[in-house]
Design a protein around this ligand. Structure first.
Ligand code: SF4
Length: 696
C-alpha cells in the first residue's frame, strides 16, 4: 500500500472485469473505494484503463449487496447467522452424499474469483466431498481455445504477450470486438494500426478496428472454418509458407495441403460470403509480413466447431513460422478477469492444475499424498452435463459461486428448470441474481476489491489482487467460506491465508513451482515459472510443448454450423458485449455506466429492417426455435445483411432464452454465435421499446 494525501489509503490491485488484467490504484476514503486510477507500471495497461476498470466501482457500496447469509424456510429466504447457514450447507451435503453418493453434488467456481479461491473450491469438491464435479464458466467461453491450443502447440495459454501487438506488422483479429470487450488491449491494437501495423478483421459485424484496419472480411456466421482453410489454401498455393520452419518444427503438412486443395478463393467466397479477392488479399497481407499475431475471441470459440477453428488459427501461425518470436503471438482474448487462472488451477471436471488428467495415476497420487484422501480417477460432469443431470433428478445439489448461470448460460428456461429441480442449492455471491432465486442457502461474498490473492490474465500473467476495502456487513471472502465449509465436512484446509494456497499450488504444479507473492510483485509472472522464479513471457521459441516437440497442423474440414436460416427463421443472431457493461452486468449495472447505456437493442441491417417493416427504435420480437424476447431495434449498417446482433447484459431482456443446445463438439461450449431467428415488429405505444423476456 502507498500513501496519497487525497485519500486515506491507496492500494494497487488488478481489475476484476476482463482478461486484459489492467493494474489499478484503488483509492479509499472513509472506508469506501472513492476513486480508481490506472497503475502507471501495469504491464498490460501501461497507465491506461477503460471505463469499467476506472469508473465501475460503485457497486461495492450498492444497497443491494448481500451483507448477511440467508436460508430458505417454508419456501422463503430469511436472514440467518453464519453458523446456521454453514451448518445447513455441510449437513445437506453430508446427507445427500450419504443417500446418493458424492457425484450427486456439483460445484461451479467463479472466473471472477482468485486463483486461490478456485483452488480451494476444487479441493473441497474433490477431497472433502469426493467428486470431480467441478467446472467454471470457461466451459461456455474459451474451453475450445484451451482444447485447440493444447492439440496444436501444447499449452493452454497465449503464446506470447500483449506486447507482441506493438511488434506485429500484421494483426489478424477473428471473432473479437476487442475495443468493446477488451478495451485496453483493443486500444493498443488501434494504436498499432495508427503506427503502421495492418489489421485484418474477420467478423460478421464491423467494429472500431475494422475502421482503422487494412481489410475487413464480413463473413457469414458459422463459416470461420471455411474462411481459415481458404486462407490456408492461398498460403500454400502462392508460396507463402515458411518451408524451413514447417520442415524442422511442424508435422502434418501433407494432410493439410490435401484437405484444403479444393478450397479455392471462389469456393471460399461461396461458403463464407467474403469476396474471393479479399480472401487472397488477407492471405497475402498475413503471409508476406515479417511478423504477425493472431487474436481471437468468442466469435471463434462459441460455435459448433469452435475448438477445430482454434486449431485452424494455429495452422496459419505454424505454416508461416509466426510463433515463438517477438510480434508473432497467438492471443486468445480471454473473457472474464480470471477465466484463464480458474482453469489453470484445476476448477475443471477432467483435469487437475495445468490440465493434467484426473485419470493420470502419477498426478492423482501427488494430490492424494498432499491432501491425505483417496481421489477418483473418473472425470466429473461438465456444466451442461450438470444441468441435464439436475433435470433428470440424478444431481441433487449444487454450490454455485460468483456465476449467474440463470442469465448467462444458454437455454435459460432449461437452466431455470434444472435449478428448480435440485434438492439443495447454495449460491455464494455478491448480489442476488437469477440463479439465487432458487437458492436454499445464500452466502454473501467479498468482491475483487475486498480480497487478496491472484488473477491470471489473458497473457498467462499471474498478478496480485489486494484488498482495498473491507467486505460489507458480515460478508466473507470466498476462501474463508470454503475453509469454514470444508472444516465442517471433516477436511480442514491448512491455509493461514491466500499465499499459503499459492504455495500449495506451486508444490503440486511444476509450472507454478517458483510462484510467490514476493516474486509476483508489481509486474506479475507469466507461467511456466521455474523453481528459481524465472517466468516465460514467450512460449515455443525452440520447441512446442508436445511429444516430439513439433507443432501439429490439423487437417479439419469445414462443416456447417448447428443452426441455419430458414423460411421461418430467416436471420442469424450473433450475441456479444458492449463497452459499457460486463457480462451479465451484475456489477456494471450498479454503477454510473448504467447512465451511459441503460438498455440493450437489437442491431439490424437497413435492408432487413425494411424487409420486415421495422423502424429504428421500434419494439421487436426476436423468436428462435428455443424462445422469444422483446427489445428495441437499432437499424445500422455496422452489421452485414442477414444477421442481427445483441448483447446479454440485461436480465429484463434475457437474450439467452433464445440459445439452443448446439455446442462445440469437443468441449460442449454452447453455440451462442449462430442462432436462426425471426424478427417482427411489436405494436406498442411510443417510448416503450425497452425489452423483456418471454419464456417459450
Ligand atoms: Fe478492466 Fe479490462 Fe477495462 Fe482493463 S480493459 S480496465 S482489465 S475491463
Amino acid at each position: 500500500m502507498t500513501r496519497d494525501p487525497r485519500f486515506d489509503v491507496t492500494t494497487t490491485t488488478t481489475c476484476g472485469y476482463c482478461g486484459v488484467g489492467c493494474r489499478l490504484e484503488a483509492h479509499q476514503h472513509g472506508g469506501h473505494i472513492v476513486s480508481i486510477s490506472p497503475a502507471l507500471d501495469g504491464p498490460a495497461n501501461r497507465g491506461h484503463t477503460c471505463l469499467k476498470g476506472r469508473f465501475a466501482h460503485q457497486f461495492t457500496r450498492s444497497r443491494d449487496r448481500l451483507t448477511a447469509p440467508f436460508v430458505r424456510e417454508h419456501g422463503t429466504l430469511r436472514l440467518a447467522s453464519w453458523d446456521e447457514a454453514l451448518d445447513r450447507v455441510a449437513s445437506e451435503f453430508q446427507r445427500i452424499k450419504a443417500e446418493h453418493g458424492p457425484d450427486a453434488i456439483a460445484g461451479l467456481a467463479s472466473a471472477r474469483g482468485t486463483n486461490e479461491d478456485a483452488w480451494a473450491m476444487q479441493r473441497v469438491m474433490r477431497a472433502a466431498i469426493g467428486t470431480h464435479n467441478i467446472d467454471n464458466c470457461s466451459r461456455v467461453c474459451h474451453s475450445p481455445t484451451s482444447f485447440g491450443l493444447r492439440k496444436s502447440v501444447g499449452l493452454s495459454g497465449c503464446s506470447g504477450s500483449f506486447d507482441d501487438i506493438e511488434h506485429a506488422d500484421v494483426l489478424l483479429i477473428v471473432g473479437s470486438n476487442a475495443t468493446a470487450a477488451h478495451p485496453v488491449a483493443g486500444a493498443r491494437m488501434k494504436q498499432a494500426a495508427l503506427a503502421g501495423a495492418k489489421i485484418i478483421t474477420v467478423d460478421p459485424r464491423r467494429n472500431d478496428l475494422s475502421d482503422v484496419g487494412a481489410l475487413h472480411c464480413g463473413l457469414r456466421p458459422g463459416t470461420n472454418a471455411a474462411f481459415l482453410n481458404g486462407l490456408t489454401h492461398v498460403l500454400i498455393r502462392d508460396g507463402l509458407v515458411d518451408r524451413e520452419f514447417v520442415r524442422s518444427r511442424v508435422e502434418g503438412f501433407e494432410g493439410l495441403a490435401d484437405l484444403v486443395a479444393y478450397l479455392t478463393p471462389d469456393v471460399t467466397e461461396e461458403l463464407t460470403g467474403v469476396p474471393a479477392a479479399d480472401v487472397v488479399r488477407a492471405a497475402h497481407i498475413y503471409g508476406e509480413a515479417r511478423t504477425g499475431s493472431i487474436a481471437w475471441g468468442l466469435g471463434v470459440t462459441e460455435q459448433l466447431y469452435g475448438s477445430e477453428c482454434v486449431q485452424m488459427l494455429c495452422n496459419l501461425a505454424l505454416l508461416t513460422g509466426k510463433i515463438g518470436r517477438a510480434g508473432c503471438a497467438l492471443l486468445p482474448m480471454r473473457g472474464q478477469n480470471n477465466v484463464q487462472g480458474v482453469s489453470d488451477v484445476g476448477a475443471l471436471p477432467d483435469t487437475y492444475s495445468t490440465y493434467r488428467s484426473v485419470g493420470d495415476d502419477a498426478t492423482a497420487r501427488l494430490f492424494e499424498e498432499r491432501w491425505g484422501v483417496p481421489l477418483r480417477r473418473e472425470r466429473g460432469l461438465k456444466l451442461p452435463e450438470m444441468i441435464d443431470a439436475a433435470l433428470a433428478g440424478k444431481l441433487k445439489a449444487m454450490w454455485i459461486c460468483g456465476y449467474d448461470i440463470g442469465q448467462s448460460d444458454p437455454d435459460s428456461a432449461k437452466v431455470e428448470a434444472a435449478l428448480a429441480n435440485l434438492e439443495f442449492l447454495v449460491v455464494q455471491d455478491i448480489f442476488e441474481n437469477l440463479t439465487s432465486r432458487e437458492a436454499h442457502v445464500l452466502l454473501p461474498a467479498a468482491s475483487f476489491l475486498e480480497k487478496t490473492g491472484t488473477f491470471t490474465n489473458a497473457e498467462r500473467r499471474i498478478q496480485l489482487v489486494q484488498a482495498a476495502a473491507a467486505p460489507p456487513g458480515s460478508a466473507k471472502t470466498d476462501l474463508e467460506i470454503f475453509s469454514l465449509v470444508s472444516e465442517r465436512l471433516g477436511h480442514p484446509l491448512p491455509y493461514r491465508g491466500p499465499e499459503d494456497v499459492m504455495l500449495e499450488i506451486g508444490a503440486l504444479t511444476p509450472a507454478f513451482a517458483g510462484v510467490t507473492y514476493e516474486r509476483i510483485g508489481r509486474g506479475g509472472l507469466q507461467w511456466p515459472v521455474a523453481a528459481d522464479g524465472t517466468d516465460t513471457p514467450m512460449l515455443y521459441a525452440e520447441s512446442f510443448a508436445l511429444p516430439g516437440g513439433k507443432g501439429r497442423l490439423a487437417a479439419l474440414p469445414f462443416k456447417p454450423p448447428g443452426d441455419e436460416a430458414s423460411e421461418q427463421y430467416p436471420l442469424i443472431l450473433v450475441t456479444g458485449r458492449r463497452l459499457e457493461h460486463y457480462n451479465v452486468g451484475t456489477m456494471t449495472r450498479r454503477t454510473g455506466n448504467l447512465e451511459l447505456l441503460s438498455h440493450d437493442v437489437l442491431e439490424i441491417h437497413p435492408d432487413d429492417a425494411a424487409a420486415h417493416g421495422i423502424a429504428d427504435g421500434a419494439l421487436v420480437e426476436v423468436r428462435s426455435r428455443n424462445g422469444s424476447i422483446q427489445l428495441g431495434a437499432h437499424v445500422t449498417d455496422r452489421i452485414e445483411a442477414g444477421h442481427v446482433f445483441t448483447a446479454f447484459h440485461f436480465p429484463e431482456v434475457r437474450t439467452n432464452l433464445l440459445i439452443g443446445q448446439s455446442a462445440d463438439i469437443n468441449t460442449s461450449c454452447p453455440e451462442y454465435k449462430v442462432v436462426a431467428v425471426a424478427v417482427t415488429p411489436v405494436a406498442v405505444h411510443a417510448g416503450a421499446a425497452r425489452g423483456h423476456a418471454v419464456v417459450a
